[in-house]
Structure formats: C-alpha cells, structure tokens
Design a protein around this ligand. Sequence first.
Ligand SMILES: CC(C)(COP(=O)(O)OP(=O)(O)OC[C@H]1O[C@@H](n2cnc3c(N)ncnc32)[C@H](O)[C@@H]1OP(=O)(O)O)[C@@H](O)C(=O)NCCC(=O)NCCS
Length: 150
Amino acid sequence: MYEKDGIIFRKMDFNDINGVVQIESRSFSSPWTAAMFNEELNNPIAYYIVAINGQEVVGYAGMWLIIDEAHITNIAVDPKYRRRNIATEMIRLLIEKAREMNIKAMTLEVRSCNFQAIELYKRFGFKTEGFRKGYYREDGDDALIMWLTL
Ligand SMILES: CC(C)(COP(=O)(O)OP(=O)(O)OC[C@H]1O[C@@H](n2cnc3c(N)ncnc32)[C@H](O)[C@@H]1OP(=O)(O)O)[C@@H](O)C(=O)NCCC(=O)NCCS
C-alpha cells in the first residue's frame, strides 16, 4: 500500500470489482464485466492495482506477467479524476513491480486514435513497434503495439 496526494494505491481485491466495473463502463466501448475481473483476480499471472480516494475506486491498472515480459491489459481512471497523474502513478507502480519480478520488457495495445493514452505511454519511454489494422473488431479501429525495454 502506498499513498500519494491523498490517493491510496494498493493491490486490487474482490471488493473493488464493483467500483472498477463502473469506471470500466464509462471508459471503454466494449467494457470488461465483473466476471472477467473476477477471473483476473484468480489468474496467477495477473497483477492488478487500484487507486482509492476515501472508500471510492478512482482508477485501476493491470498486467500479465509472462516469463520475462509484462503485458499491460487494462488501465483507466474515473473521468472525474483524470489529469491528476493517477494513471502515471499506476504505470510507475506496474513498472516497479515488473522490475522486481525481473521482467525485461513491457508491452500493450492501444487504439491508434487514443492520443491521451499514447501520450501517457510515450512519457514512460514506450515506443510504437507494431500496428494491427482493424484489431478492435467491434468498430474496426487499428491498434498500435507499444514496447518498453526495462
Ligand atoms: C488514459 C487515461 C488512463 C489517463 O489517465 P490520467 O490519470 O488522466 O492520466 P495522467 O493524469 O497520469 O496523465 C499523464 C499524461 O498523459 C497525457 N494525457 C492524459 N490525458 C490527456 C488528455 N485528455 N489530453 C492530452 N494528454 C493527456 C498528458 O501528457 C498527461 O500529462 P499532463 O497532465 O502533465 O499534461 C485516462 O484518460 C482514461 O482512463 N482513459 C479511458 C481509458 C483508456 O483509454 N485507457 C487506456 C487504454 S490503452
């Protein structure tokens, strides 16, 4: 557990899922369901954190740790709490954890039109190394594949 500017950052647990799903549904066109997050919390290769203000979940982020690579699966911040460096802090914590686990590189997919997220990842040194045309089947958006060497 860790606190910065009044926000607590800690591992996600089952009681957080309701709050997480609310942010998820406000953030993505094909949101993950509570059952999917439940499965993730039982997935031994998954590592998820939440940002908490008072009792309220205001952000979350997660990754899969696969041998020496980490794949960021999901990150979102409650629209009311954006631009307060909460995502920045969560990515920093994921990178710190990945380093502790001897992970050599991190990757993620992002919609090519999601300039806010792309900007955020670039700030950490992520570089676009691949492009998947029509990757998001629901609307045909393209994905950028970004990598960071740790
Ligand atoms: C992307 C997202 C997680 C960023 O969360 P956040 O907590 O607001 O991000 P931060 O405050 O840490 O922002 C860090 C930097 O990212 C960039 N950034 C974030 N939001 C931005 C925006 N709306 N416009 C331009 N740049 C933006 C800026 O460089 C920002 O630094 P600055 O505030 O000093 O200019 C948030 O917008 C979100 O939940 N979006 C919907 C879900 C999503 O797209 N997730 C990513 C999927 S791959």
